[in-house]
Design a protein around this ligand. Structure first.
Ligand code: NAD
Ligand code: UDP
Length: 329
């Protein structure tokens, strides 16, 4: 009998890639999503397979699964800064109430649960690169606080279920991940720059572009998460690519990769936008014998080709016409 795994956020970017991986490994995958930031298109290739089923459901409501369940991956949550500024209450609820429901389900089914935490638990970090033992620097009441604090609560309640109920738990601290199936207009920097390049628009760099990020290709991220789920380690583990770049240099890279002659224009830096971000992955290397294999040039090329292949109406579907909510205090 195939092991049964529930993946929340299945119609999103990371969730859909995880569904692919577990379906291919022979698990029986139950995908769950309410489509608040996801899209059915991301899982349409899985629908109809004998080892995939989909349940449309909001995980902040009681989650009911019939029969055995061996694993849960809780990936439901808005993940783009603009998404979580647009739907702040839902973001807080999915990290708190949603996580509580899924921990309860894991306990009832005696299942192992891995939660998708984030580098945002480090806030605007004062330690660089970020190690797992750094407690972070988060503004609880800032606009990003809705996401950061929901994720910090998620880690706390997960550890409480582990300590109090003996539940098998895993915590992945995911750093900026990219690849095919990101929503072209979700506002995150990679789809934003690639969409702008494809539409012939100027690239919008926020602030002076000196802030840094370290981008991990989705296949590497999925491999790290897969290995963490089957490891014995209950404390948080950073999963990301340490190859750090400033946003300004990254914009220049995109212009040269896409062979276009767009200009770079500068906009206000969003409030509490982290100045630097780079995972220290010493722990993941040691515990999981894992490190990223796909470099930025290769990963960006695959991702750009994906965006290029999308129908034109998706390229021009603009969800975020202005960034004013993004910079409001
Ligand atoms: P995404 O927006 O593409 O996917 C999230 C999915 O969750 C969407 O399909 C959305 O509809 C679904 N969802 C949201 N609230 C829900 C609810 N209440 N009930 C059911 N479904 C709900 O985002 P993503 O980039 O795939 O991120 C997935 C997870 O990974 C999130 O938990 C995010 O915090 C975490 N993460 C992602 C990154 C990254 O760089 N992609 C970095 C750190 C952490
Ligand atoms: N950014 C930018 N232009 C854009 C979108 C984002 O300069 O059009 C910057 C943003 O201010 C941040 C970085 O790119 O410094 C990464 O932003 P993203 O939204 O991808 O995610 P974050 O890492 O901030 O969660």
């Amino acid at each position: 009998m195939a092991k049964r795994i529930l993946i929340t956020g299945a119609a999103g970017f990371l969730g859909s890639h995880l569904c692919d991986r577990f379906v291919n490994e022979g698990f029986h995958v139950i995908g769950m999503d309410n489509f608040i930031t996801g899209d059915e298109i991301n899982i349409e290739h899985l629908v109809g397979l004998p080892n995939f089923e989909f349940i449309k459901h909001d995980v902040t409501e009681f989650v009911k699964i019939e029969g055995d369940l061996h694993y849960i991956l809780h990936f439901a949550s808005p993940a783009s800064p603009i998404d979580y500024l647009k739907i702040p209450i839902q973001t807080l609820k999915v990290g708190s109430l949603g996580t509580h429901n899924l921990l309860g389900l894991a306990k009832a089914k005696d299942a192992r649960i891995l939660i998708a935490s984030t580098s945002e638990v480090y806030g605007d970090p004062l330690v660089h690169p970020q190690t797992e033992d750094y407690y972070g620097n988060v503004n609880t009441i800032g606009p990003r606080g809705v996401y950061d604090e929901a994720k910090r609560f998620q880690e706390s309640i997960t550890m409480a279920y582990h300590r109090f109920h003996g539940l098998e738990t895993r915590i992945a601290r995911i750093f900026n991940t990219y690849g095919p199936r990101m929503r072209l207009n979700d506002g995150r920097v990679i789809p934003a720059f690639m969409g702008q390049a494809l539409r012939g628009e100027n690239l919008t760099v926020f602030g002076d572009g000196s802030q840094t990020r370290s981008f991990c290709y989705v296949d590497d991220e999925v491999e790290g998460i897969y290995r963490l789920l089957f490891s014995d380690y209950v404390y948080p583990v950073n999963i990301g690519n340490p190859d750090e770049i400033s946003i300004l240099d990254f914009a220049k890279e995109i212009i040269s990769m896409t062979n276009t002659d767009q200009k770079i224009i500068f906009k206000d830096l969003p409030v509490n936008d982290p100045i630097q971000r780079q995972p220290d992955i010493t722990l993941a290397k040691k515990l999981l014998d894992w490190e990223p294999k796909i470099g930025r040039t290769e990963g960006m090329r695959i991702t750009f080709n994906y965006f290029k292949s999308l129908p034109r109406e998706r390229l021009y579907k603009k969800e975020h016409k202005d960034f004013s909510t993004h910079i409001k205090r």
